[in-house]
Design a binder for this molecule. Structure first.
Ligand code: HEM
Length: 221
């Protein structure tokens, strides 16, 4: 009995950590998307934005540290939750989960690790060390050129589009689970819970896929 209580308590704490760090990461994804959309305003706008960020190391580095810490806590707390759920399944009677809940949990289990792999690939591609994925040179001082040259390569665009699909699923189920963690099951929130996670996922995916697609289709060059 005592053991079950301890597990449950820590699981609530872990869920809260996953939710909190998820919100920080979500804030970054929105801000990053809005910043990147400046590519549509031309090279000067995007490069000035990137230069502006680098000129503020007192803000940039603390933000990067918060982001990295949030990512690490988000991943480790999620893994611990998956592990304790598996352990609980092993010792207790089979509990009937709603199909929506178990579908969300299953999706998170594979979309999470794949997204982590995408982030590593994306950093290597566009940030550090800046690996050119086609016949061009990466220029750390010309973010616009790196984006345009990078997305002229169809297989790179395919990787980014697939990753945005994953991100959309992850955000959708993440937002859906957040309602659960916050205890917002009341019928009053039913409509909001139906609409908000979908809207969030759709806006982020649309904003992010617009960039590689625009380059590939020659809208941005
Ligand atoms: C098609 C969509 C995306 C585009 C065009 C894009 C573009 C970029 C570019 C150009 C940089 C380098 C910025 C610089 O050197 O100043 C960058 C950095 C980064 N991106 Fe993205 N990105 C996209 C999607 C994402 C997604 C979905 C994530 C995370 C889930 C992400 C996470 C990051 C991170 C963590 C950095 C490093 C930020 C830093 O240096 O502090 N990006 N991205």
């Amino acid at each position: 009995m005592e053991r079950t209580l301890t597990l449950d308590d820590s699981s609530i704490g872990k869920k809260a950590l996953v939710a909190l760090t998820g919100l920080v990461l979500f804030g970054f994804v929105i801000a990053h998307m809005l910043g990147n959309l400046q590519v549509f305003a031309g090279p000067e706008a995007l490069n000035a934005y990137a230069r502006g960020l680098r000129k503020l190391p007192g803000i940039l580095w603390p933000m990067r540290l918060v982001l990295l810490a949030s990512l690490i806590v988000h991943i480790t707390a999620s893994l611990a939750l998956v592990k304790s759920a598996a352990a609980a399944r092993g010792v207790s009677y089979r509990q009937k989960q709603s199909s929506a809940t178990s579908y969300a949990a299953r999706t998170m289990k594979w979309s999470g690790p794949l997204l982590a792999a995408f982030i590593l690939y994306h950093l290597a591609h566009l940030t550090w060390p800046g690996v050119p994925m086609g016949a061009y040179r990466h220029d750390p001082h010309d973010v616009y050129a790196n984006v345009v040259n990078g997305f002229r390569v169809p297989w790179v665009v395919a990787v980014y589009l697939a990753a945005q699909g994953l991100l959309g699923l992850h955000l959708y189920h993440g937002a859906w689970s957040l309602f659960q963690t916050l205890g917002l099951h009341h019928p009053r929130y039913h409509r909001l819970r139906q609409v908000l996670p979908r809207a969030i996922a759709l806006v982020v995916v649309a904003g992010n896929v617009a960039i590689p697609l625009a380059v590939l289709m020659g809208v941005i060059s």
